[in-house]
Design a binder for this molecule. Structure first.
Ligand code: FAD
Length: 381
């Protein structure tokens, strides 16, 4: 890069994608502002699983120590059908971590602020241009060298630029809760179970109903309750406690907590765009590639793309930037596309109920290291 002035990036959305891109760019010398529509900086949802691809990025952001403090790696991922164990995967060689969303969010927000990023709550973006102008709901606008649309599934940056997209909805969905672990009570109900495991409790017959049990740390449990959107009782919030405890009696104490916790049923969806960039604008995260949560990689892909975008933009001069963004998409997008396809296939077929899915091609994304400078050696130009 020949310019010596500080380049300016304007980012729409302070979610996992936006905060990661902001911190990466700031650490690479950019002046960065993140605009968040919400007046309060926080994240929705309950818990989250991160894999090696995003953990490598958090290493590079200098935030891994904070992240590790209140997160855990369960000793195994267990899959049960009608409460019969199908597989117990110890995921040797795969780096992974479970945590609350709020912990991940505050870790990324702290890293952003410590890197000099200006995070602006109550700043809604309404549009952007390929030439680098961003406009806000209050009528103000600004010029930027790079605009990042990280504003989620309903992205204003994306829609104002008219990026063509295809959205597919799957038949299943999930309601998520964060509740106390209650390990002692669960141990009494089912003494042979290791309640530190992440446990995927499936039932397909006579009714499709599933609980994904994820310890998020020593004290908090992330419960994801899955049912088809067409099942009015299964997808009801507050949850139908009698229904859920009749199928999962061993989880009664934590389901009782979930019944008292506010929640929202999310139908799975996949968004595919023809392209992720135009001129000085790049889209990342759910704005570009919302995916079904089967492989737990939506945020992981968002963070890996945020990092590689920052690297590509920093290496390019102003004049080269649009081409550099296109090249970034050409090289990085195939990893996300394949992950999206696999996640949608698992959601459509419910094949995860058989267990044993964390091997072979299915861990390609988890094992991908977006921070390795040699990662595209040998890829055709
Ligand atoms: C049930 C479920 C389970 C999941 N589990 C996992 C998992 O275990 N692991 C994983 O990696 N992923 C998981 N995901 C996916 C993950 O949650 C998302 O992919 C990720 O949160 C997307 O982050 P984002 O920053 O792109 O978007 P968002 O989190 O949607 O953030 C976008 C931000 O932009 C703001 N915004 C929106 N519009 C504007 C605007 N016009 N101006 C300014 N700001 C705006 C929003 O308020 C928000 O703060 C799961 C998803 C679901 C639904």
């Amino acid at each position: 890069m020949s310019e010596t002035r500080t380049r300016r990036a304007e980012i729409s959305g302070a979610g996992f994608a936006g905060l990661t891109a902001a911190t990466a760019l700031a650490r690479m010398g950019w002046s960065v502002r993140v605009h968040e529509r919400a007046t309060e900086l926080r994240t929705e949802g309950a818990g989250i699983v991160l894999w090696g691809n995003s953990l490598q990025v958090i290493d590079k952001l200098g935030a891994i120590h904070d992240l590790m403090a209140e997160s855990m790696t369960p000793p195994a991922y267990e899959t049960r059908m009608n409460n019969v164990i199908q597989t117990q995967e110890t995921l040797e060689g795969v780096r992974w971590r479970t945590m609350t969303r709020s912990h991940l969010f505050h870790t990324l927000l702290t890293a952003a602020r410590e890197s000099g990023v200006e995070v602006l709550p109550g700043s809604e973006v309404v549009s952007a241009t390929a030439e680098g102008r961003i406009t806000f709901a209050n009528g103000d606008s600004a010029e930027a060298d790079l605009i990042v649309g990280a504003d989620g599934v309903g992205s204003a940056v994306r829609d104002s630029l008219g990026f063509p997209l295809k959205r597919e909805r799957s038949r299943d969905g999930i309601t998520r809760f964060l509740v106390p672990r209650r390990k002692d009570e669960l141990q009494k109900l089912e003494p042979d179970t290791n309640w530190d495991h992440m446990i995927d409790f499936w039932n397909l017959d006579p009714r499709v109903i599933r609980v994904l049990y994820t310890p998020a740390n020593e004290k908090e449990l992330y419960l994801a309750l899955m049912a088809p959107a067409s099942d009015a009782e299964g997808s009801r919030v507050p949850i139908d406690l009698e229904l859920w405890t009749s199928v999962f009696p061993q989880l009664a104490p934590v389901l009782a907590d979930a019944a008292k916790t506010p929640g929202r049923y999310y139908g799975y969806q996949t968004t595919r765009l023809e392209s992720w960039t135009t001129g000085k604008v790049a889209l990342i995260g759910d704005a570009a590639h919302a995916m079904c949560p089967a492989l737990a990689q939506g945020a992981g892909c968002a963070m890996q793309n945020a990092w590689t975008l920052a690297v590509a933009a920093t290496a390019a001069s102003d004049a080269e930037l649009p081409d550099a963004l296109r090249e970034w998409e050409r090289l990085e997008r195939p990893y996300t596309d394949r992950c999206q396809d696999r996640s949608q296939w698992f959601a459509d077929t419910r094949e995860m109920s058989k267990g044993g899915q964390f091997s072979g091609d299915n861990v390609e994304t988890a094992l991908y290291n977006p921070t390795d400078p040699r990662r595209h050696e040998g890829v055709a130009a």
